[in-house]
Write a protein that binds this ligand. Sequence first.
Ligand code: BES
Ligand code: MN
Ligand code: MN
Length: 461
Amino acid sequence: MTKKYIQENKERFINELIELLKIPSISADPGHKKYILRTADSIKDSLVDAGCKKAEICETPGNPIVYAEHIIDKDLPTVLVYGHYDVQPADPIELWDSPPFDPVIKKTDIHPEGAIFARGACDDKGQLYMHVKAFEYMIKENKLPCNVKFMIEGEEEVGSVSLEWFVKRNQEKLSNDVILISDTGMISNQQPSITTGLRGLSYVEVEVTGPNRDLHSGLYGGAVANPINIMAKMIASLHDENNHITIPGFYDKVIEATLEERAQMAKAPFSIKDYKKALDIEDVYGEKGYTTNERNSIRPTLDVNGIWGGYTGEGAKTVIPSKAFAKISMRLVPDQDPDEITKMFTDHFISIAPKAVKVKVTPHHGGHAYVTPIDNIAYKAANKAYTETFGVEAIPQRSGGSIPIVSLFEKELKSKSILMGFGLDSDAIHSPNEHYGIFNYLKGIETIPLFYQYYTKMFKA
Ligand code: BES
Ligand code: MN
Ligand code: MN
């Protein structure tokens, strides 16, 4: 039984994850490259230790990809496990209660059995490591029913550029029947859910330039455009009074959810009161005509992620800055095209600028949204696995987050992904004090082998 194996090896499973979490594999910072390489090596070693027949480090123009495979019979189905070993930067570091790369276990209201606090604990080291340990169990106990491939990348948090390069060049090697991913969340520890959708992304940086140098705000104030004032006005105009996005054409390709789909969504357990309380807000805010859960999953959005310019140091400095900057992300839904949206944004943003300023828009990474139906064997097998380990059926749920590479997998490898995430929204991914419940970690290790078992059975049938 999986339970017995987990019980006997629990301490080791936790300690191994803690060691992995100590390596600061931040992909956004080139200065952390040696930790990226060390993490990739460590994951490769752990796959070999788990009993994988072949494991290798694949060099790319960027961060290496850990690839491994364990083929037992060509006639059996092949599951390709995807995960990412890179993590978000830890800042603001001062808001962490314990150092981000010095994992500690603490109990919380939601995690009475304890949670591991560290950057990457949930996103995605803790979740990818469940797959390594589930695989170990299947090998050691002779329970592996099919072929397995692993593809663990190191650039997810910065746009998966090298993975795209790798996938396009290795279609044969990566051939599979289904892609299995744990890099999303579920509703709660009592109510599992299977992620059936991800939003796409268009990410841009804007630069608004006024005068050619910073100016004395007394001598020039009132007579020349202040790029910060102007940029703030331009950004504010991107939403109307109903919080619809004003970029012409932005909604043209949006597939509206049917009333039936929306009614189905509304059945998922959700308390707006708890939601507001958890975030310490008096009220929610968003697009008119949609519920909170619709706003954060099936609707596209536009958000400023960062804004800067002028004087931000101690005290006061009277200045009209030469430049203002902002980073803006748009979350997309089917069938919005990220390149088209980026172009629409760019054209519109330039068109609304007064002549007194110059505007430059630089696109960053992007990706398509992903939606998968539930009438396939991967979903059914996953649901059966959750039902067995949680005692209740999983609920299908579209997530607001993005894993842009998932739609690329569909395009290049012609396979669907099943998103079995075990994180919780409250796990603070990308935030200070990120953590991952011990319950979630062990439940994942218990649930994954059942997926393999049911999937293989349904595949053969
Ligand atoms: N694992 C997350 C995405 C996620 C989290 C999806 C929770 C659903 C539920 C992933 O690592 C991530 O952070 N993605 C980025 C996009 C990426 C291109 C930087 C995101 O969603 O902002
Ligand atoms: Mn992730
Ligand atoms: Mn992430």
